[in-house]
Design a protein around this ligand. Sequence first.
Ligand code: SAM
Ligand code: DTB
Ligand code: SF4
Length: 328
Amino acid sequence: MTTTLLQTSHSNQASLRERIDRIYHQPLPDLLFEAQQIHRQHHDPRAVQLCTLCNIKTGLCPEDCGYCSQSVHNKTALEPQPLSEVEAVVTEAKAAKAHGSTRFCMGAAWREVKDGAQFDRVLEVVRQVAALEMEVCCTLGMLKPHQAQRLKEAGLTAYNHNLDTSPDYYGKVITTRTYQDRLETIRAVSAAGISVCCGGILGMGESVSDRLSLLVALAELDPVPESIPINCLVPVAGTPLQDVAPVDPIELVRMVATTRVLFPRAIVRLSAGRLHMSDELQALCMLAGANSIFTGPVLLTTPNPDTTQDAQLLSRLGMVPNKVKSSV
Ligand code: SAM
Ligand code: DTB
Ligand code: SF4
């Protein structure tokens, strides 16, 4: 019985992977047409959700993520900062709302959440941001089921926890935690009834095949993520990945379009790396199905296009910030 189940699961995985390969590698006009058709069935093709990031605890993270400015293992120029005060974060959330953001996402450079005064402070921030009627998202590292439950009770909409890359390539980028650790946190988030925001990073030296394996892993989550950030590596001086070659722009467009086809209802977020993308590339990504961006001059620690530049781009494209809360 066990063998049969295992065989079935392997053959399902093979056919899913074959399907993803077929979608990704078809001629670009066909891929874009397929992605557009699906996008238009489920989303307003002119609407883009604006989100704002806020780093609530900066640096000194014990994890060794090869891309990250905030790891203690990387000799970067970052100035560490302790956990922000509630009022300061809520003030930023109000400003973000005033600038048209409908989602506020707080990041902490923690390996995992620990119960205690600091987590209580985060819960209080979540309560107050949720009361602003914004979607509220956190990314705080690993979570246990009871912590996910407490975040849910405080009003958290979504939790961001990326799988980043394929299971095979993961160990080349991070050694202090496993893919399985990530999956367990994602399971705890879903079990608490919180929407899962889970995606990856392109441009860490991985192959196209690794990227498609990431899509397999995302498609195997149950439920599948409602929000999928696609980051392009922002190379940070002092990290092991500082000199990796940038992503081929057409490969990025293919990846966005394939994600849209596989996850028709998800919000696909064109996340880190936009500063180095041309307006034309960003436009192509939106045609391929990306329907959210992070706005404001910094992401968590790295620069991002400024708000005026983004507003001008959307206006030139005849696109509009999404004022309506997404269905999460
Ligand atoms: N510590 C938490 C964690 O790792 O889950 C949350 C913060 S972490 C900065 C959130 C995500 O940002 C990472 O999972 C990664 O995908 C992305 N990220 C971090 N540094 C990046 C970089 N230099 N370029 C692109 N994406 C990056
Ligand atoms: C995600 O996937 N991208 C955002 C959000 N989730 C938290 C973070 C991007 C961080 C880029 C590097 C930095 O600014 O430190
Ligand atoms: Fe820490 Fe998150 Fe950066 Fe990894 S990505 S070093 S876990 S802050």
